[in-house]
Structure formats: C-alpha cells, structure tokens
Design a protein around this ligand. Structure first.
Ligand code: FAD
Length: 373
C-alpha cells in the first residue's frame, strides 16, 4: 500500500499548479464572479496546455482539485465542459461515441447533463419531462432547472419519461442526446447565484423538441440506472472540487497567520486548534476521495466510499471556509475568502445533497434498495 502519488502525477500536479497560479489570478477570479461570466479563455488555454486531459482520469481529478484551490468558480467552469460525457462513453452507441466524444474531448464542443426539474432534484424518479415516440422520432416536452452549461452547451444528455411508471417509479425513464439548436429548445441563464458564478447555469424549456430515435442513449426505460451510474463517477469529481476549495481556504489562512506572526501578533490556541482541525479534515477527505477514485479507475467503483468521499469533502469545504472567515475576520471578508465561502455551499447540494449521500451510505451498509439522486 502506497499513499503517495506516482512521480508522473506529482509532475503533472506541479504543471497544473503553475498553470493555475499563472492564469487564474485573483483579479480575474473577482471579475468573472462579479460579471457572472463563463471563462471561455481559461478553458481553451487549459485544453491547449494539456491541463484538461480526459484520457487520464487521475490527472483530471488533480486538475479539478488544483484549479478549484486557486478559484472554485473558474476552476469548475474550466473543467466541467464535458459534464455528462460518461453516460455516452458507457452506454452510447458506436455512432454516438464517434459523433460526440471527439468534439467534447478536444474542447470543440461543450455539453451538459439535464436531470433536475423545477419540481426537485433529489427525487429523480419524480421527473415530469416526457419523450413521446412518433415514427422514428421522439417529441420532448417539459423543463429542466439549474442545468450547468445549459446556455452555452452544444448538446445535453437529458433524462426523460418515456412511459408511465409501473409499480417502480424509476422504471420508464430514458436518456437522450438533445442538441441545443433544435427548434423548441430554449435556455434561460440563471443569474444571482450564491456562488460558482463563473459557471453557466440555466433553466431549459422544451416545447415539442423533436429528436431522432437514434439520439436515445442505451435502451429505452434504463435511463435511471445510467444516471445513477454516472453520479457514482461524477461525485468523485465533486469531492475533488470540494477538496480544492478546502485546501484553498487553508492556504489563505496560513498566509494570514504568517502575516500575524510577522507583525508580532499572538496566534492564539483557538486559531491553532481550528487550523489543525481543518487540515486533518482535508487530509481525511483527500484519502477518501483518492480511495473512491482508485476503485473507480480500476473499474470496481464502490458507491458507499464514493458517497462518503463526496459528503465528507463537501462538508469539509463548508467547514474550512467558515473557519477561515472566523480566523481572518474583517480582512478575510474583504478578500477572495468571501468568494470561497459562497462557492463552498454548492458542494453539499449538487450531484446529491449531503442528506442523499448519507441515505446511500446507510442503504449500502444495511443493503436496502431505493431510489434517489
Ligand atoms: C449551481 C447549480 C448547478 C446545478 N447543475 C445541475 C446540472 O448540471 N444538472 C442537473 O440535473 N442538476 C443540476 N443542479 C441541481 C442539483 O443537482 C439539485 O439542486 C440537487 O440535486 C438537489 O435538488 P433540489 O435543489 O431540487 O433540492 P430537493 O431535492 O428539493 O431537496 C431539498 C432538501 O430536502 C432534502 N431531501 C430531499 N429528499 C430527501 C430525502 N429523501 N431524505 C432526506 N432529505 C431529503 C435535500 O437534502 C435538501 O436539503 C444544479 C444546482 C445548482 C444550484
């Protein structure tokens, strides 16, 4: 058992860290947050310099952590442009893989994953968007809410209802690739989010949107399973986002403590205890995240460890950001820590709230069946 990263990943981490410090300046991070603008430029540079490399999942995990450590909004925006791609990779047809994967893997196209609806996100099986078969096409009607990249995506993978549920509500759901330039597809950008304002979030409205039947991903009625499989992958990447946020706040607290010492101020025990606790939780989060990733990347994912990593890293990000503001006080509130504090909260919400993760952990331990995002 080796707890250290291999040398090639240590070298990749150095390169990513250097890129993050050079390209994600605090001035830019402040600007993208204030303007609620998607940082296309950083994403393009990250692709060009090989920082974003989906062929190397360990490097991707570390890139997410390191970019979010520099700035969560820009870091997430730059790395989330293939959100949902695993659904096509795992369950798509050869034609879909040939058509869509090169576009997103090269950075030429942006995609998203649309599951959540205005009625709620955790209860996936309760979704109302319908896809009705008409000849060799499906007609999609409904709306999706809080969809990352919704307004800038070229296409989204969408979960819809294709038949009325039988005794099991999660039956009768199917996934489709829906190009955003189809007639009847409307995306309204959502502004004024608490955090991650550099990411693009939209409400999607679909009115009689026609897609060819060949746009269905996998088999009809199996969509719920595909999306749950996807969440068991994406939650690990969210844990890496959360790790980056927690580590980024700790970096800034350490700088603050150095400034205190330099000016002869006493660093009291409360501050020391808080730093020790945050640092310990970060270490524990990283071990859980890397363990979950290690299982996944060896094609034997463990949903229990994945949910533990996601929930614990998310709570650590929120805890670390709160402690950072307590320690730094007014100076922190007027620094980028204010943004980290706002950005941290979403970690406990998307890809399954902390409550849902805990239900999954208990379900796995007690081996019960159930549904839920
Ligand atoms: C910025 C942003 C980006 C997002 N991006 C995407 C995206 O790209 N694609 C997408 O599909 N969705 C996206 N989402 C939606 C996100 O996944 C949902 O917000 C999340 O799943 C929670 O759903 P909800 O907000 O509707 O809360 P609800 O499901 O209504 O839950 C409300 C509260 O009730 C609790 N709760 C719910 N069910 C249970 C239960 N059974 N037991 C105990 N407690 C429960 C929850 O934990 C939560 O605290 C995004 C959201 C945001 C804010």
């Amino acid at each position: 058992m080796d707890f250290d990263l291999p040398e090639d990943l240590i070298a990749a981490r150095e390169k990513i860290r250097e890129f993050a410090k050079r390209e994600i300046t605090q001035d830019l991070a402040f600007k993208y947050d204030k303007d609620e603008k998607y940082p296309f430029e950083i994403r393009e540079k990250a692709f060009k310099e090989g920082i974003i490399n989906y062929q190397n999942p360990w490097q991707m995990l570390i890139a997410i952590e390191e970019l979010c450590r520099q700035d969560p909004g820009m870091g997430i925006a730059a790395t989330v442009s293939l959100f949902g791609v695993e659904v096509i990779m795992l369950f798509g047809s050869d034609r879909q893989k040939e058509k869509y994967l090169p576009l997103v893997n090269s950075g030429k196209a942006i995609m998203g994953l649309a599951v959540t609806e205005p009625g709620g996100g955790s209860d996936v099986a309760g979704l109302k968007t319908t896809a009705t078969k008409k000849g060799d096409r499906y007609i999609i009607n409904g709306s999706k809410m809080f969809i990352t990249n919704g307004q800038i995506a070229d296409f989204v993978v969408m979960l819809t209802r294709t038949s009325t549920p039988d005794s099991k509500r999660h039956h009768g759901l199917s996934t489709f690739i829906v190009e955003t330039n189809r007639e009847g597809f409307k995306a309204n950008k959502l502004e004024g989010k608490l955090g991650v304002r550099a990411t693009n979030t939209a409400e999607l409205i679909l009115t009689n949107v026609e897609v060819p039947a060949e746009n269905m991903v996998g088999e009809e009625g199996k969509g719920f399973y595909y999306i749950m499989t996807f969440f068991n992958i994406s939650r690990i990447y969210v844990a890496a986002q959360a790790l980056g946020i927690a580590q980024g706040t700790l970096d800034r607290v350490i700088e603050h403590v150095h400034r205190m010492k330099d000016s002869g101020e006493y660093v009291d025990e409360n501050i020391q205890f808080a730093i020790a606790e945050v640092a310990t939780r970060i270490e524990a989060s990283r071990m859980l995240t890397y363990k979950a990733a290690s299982y996944l990347f060896q094609f034997k994912p463990d949903p229990k460890i994945t949910s533990m990593a996601k929930a614990y890293a998310a709570e650590t990000a929120v805890f670390a950001a709160e402690k950072a503001l307590e320690i730094t006080g007014v100076s922190g509130l007027n620094s980028d820590l204010e943004r980290f504090f706002r950005d941290a909260k979403i970690m406990e919400i998307w890809e399954g709230t902390s409550e849902i993760e805990k239900l999954i952990i208990t379900r796995m331990i007690t081996k019960q069946d159930g549904e839920g995002n």
